[in-house]
Design a protein around this ligand. Structure first.
Ligand code: ADE
Length: 238
């Protein structure tokens, strides 16, 4: 998969893209992530990217010309499956959107900034607007980094232990269960006996029950409309 990110602040991506799984995914050629400096597409003396909104009001709006030029250049080089804009006005991001995005070959992500983006960019070029939650960030860069991180880790091969993905929270419509590691007792707090039993059936039964309880307690909205069968039991048959 190739992801082209268009931003007025490329350095914001240095950290997230250069560590851990995202770093390995790029080194292993599972993902090619190209960050484009929008300023390179502003041709006036001051390399202006934003301007005040017609009609007045506070805040600045990203101008259409640099974004059109950058996106049209990319689109002339390869076909893109989606042109995404990160914005609080977008569809609220979830694991299902993430799964679908991870199946594409080429994505563009435009990082919204300042007060917004000239609407003509959205009308003519953007095919998907995504919000990462009901709060306002200073810009779309962190939202884009969240989307990239969550999408890239789903590309087959990126996470060595594919099984681990299957038990992620949200993958089966519920939260993942709690986990413990050594030691079996720490400061008077024991690990649940079923997990120490070495009996896979007992372990799975404990996990299913714990995952369902956690989901019921914390996120009952996820359970609405679901059949009774718990996620860990469904998985066993696959
Ligand atoms: N830009 C500012 N806030 C945002 C949000 N919540 N999601 C995506 N992009 C944003």
């Amino acid at each position: 998969m190739r992801i082209d990110v268009i931003t007025a602040f490329p350095p914001l991506f240095q950290g997230p893209l250069s560590e851990s799984i995202l770093k390995r995914a790029q080194e292993g050629r599972y993902a090619e992530i190209v960050v484009h400096d929008l300023r390179a597409y502003a041709h006036d003396k001051h390399r202006t990217l934003d301007d005040s909104p017609y009609g007045g009001g506070a805040g600045m709006i990203l101008k259409p010309e640099p974004l059109f030029e950058c996106i049209e250049k990319l689109q002339s080089e390869r076909p893109y499956d989606k042109v995404i804009l990160t914005t609080p006005a977008g569809k609220v991001y979830d694991q299902n959107m993430c799964k679908r995005l991870s199946m594409h070959d080429n994505l563009i992500i435009i990082c919204g900034h300042y007060k917004g983006v000239d609407q003509r960019v959205i009308d003519a070029l953007v095919t998907m607007e995504i919000s990462i939650g009901d709060y306002v960030l200073t810009g779309g860069e962190l939202a884009a980094a969240v989307i990239i991180d969550s999408v890239v880790r789903l590309i087959p091969g990126v996470i060595g232990d594919g099984e681990s993905l299957l038990t992620d929270s949200f993958m089966e419509g519920e939260l993942d269960c709690p986990y413990y590691t050594r030691p079996p007792e720490f400061r008077g707090m024991p690990v649940p006996e079923d997990l120490l039993s070495g009996d896979h059936k007992r372990v799975n039964a404990w996990r299913s029950k714990a995952a369902r309880k956690l989901t019921r307690d914390r996120r009952p909205d996820l359970m609405a409309g679901q059949e009774d069968e718990p996620a860990h039991e469904k998985k066993k048959r696959k």
